[in-house]
Design a binder for this molecule. Structure first.
Ligand code: CU
Length: 162
């Protein structure tokens, strides 16, 4: 009796999985959604921080494949790195950022940025900071982030200053 119930359950489970697989494939955009993300990070920089405790960071992730998500960032120089967006004049902490399929995720002054909190050391202009970006699907990407002048902005006009 017990055995029969178990077998029935296993069968139902298998059928459920098969169904889920089916409906995903027939969703139409399955090819795109299932495509492997192809990520590249460019234009990373950190303005030399004014404070001893906090620094910000910027970069652009371009994606030539399927959608992915930036889920966290780590660095040896900070106890904590958080992801922020900017709405109006207010910063908002985000749990993750989408990296759209065949698109880009842009971090820039006045927009999305990283916050390096509880700095272990204060970066100076000319330093390079090792930062690791973690994604939902892609392997982590290590970036050497150059520390620039405090006012450095490679895209003036595109965003208001932070
Ligand atoms: Cu912020």
């Amino acid at each position: 009796m017990n055995r029969r119930i178990l077998t029935g359950g296993a069968l139902a489970l298998t059928a459920g999985l098969a169904l889920a697989g089916c409906s995903e494939t027939s969703a139409g955009k399955a090819d795109k959604a299932a495509a492997k993300p192809e990520l590249k990070v460019a234009g990373a920089f950190m303005p030399a921080p004014a404070m001893d405790t906090m620094a910000s960071g910027f970069f652009t992730v371009t994606n030539k494949g399927g959608a992915d998500k930036l889920t966290s960032v780590t660095s040896g120089i900070a106890k904590k790195v958080t992801l922020h967006s900017t709405e109006g004049n207010a910063m908002k902490e985000q749990k993750s950022f989408d990296v759209p399929a065949n698109g880009e995720l842009d971090f820039a002054r006045g927009g999305n940025h990283l916050m390096f909190e509880e700095l272990e050391q204060k970066p100076k202009e000319g330093d390079k900071v090792a930062v690791t970006l973690h994604f939902e699907k892609s392997d982590p990407i290590e970036v050497e982030v150059p520390v620039k002048a405090a006012t450095y902005n490679p895209k003036p006009g595109k965003h208001a200053s932070h």
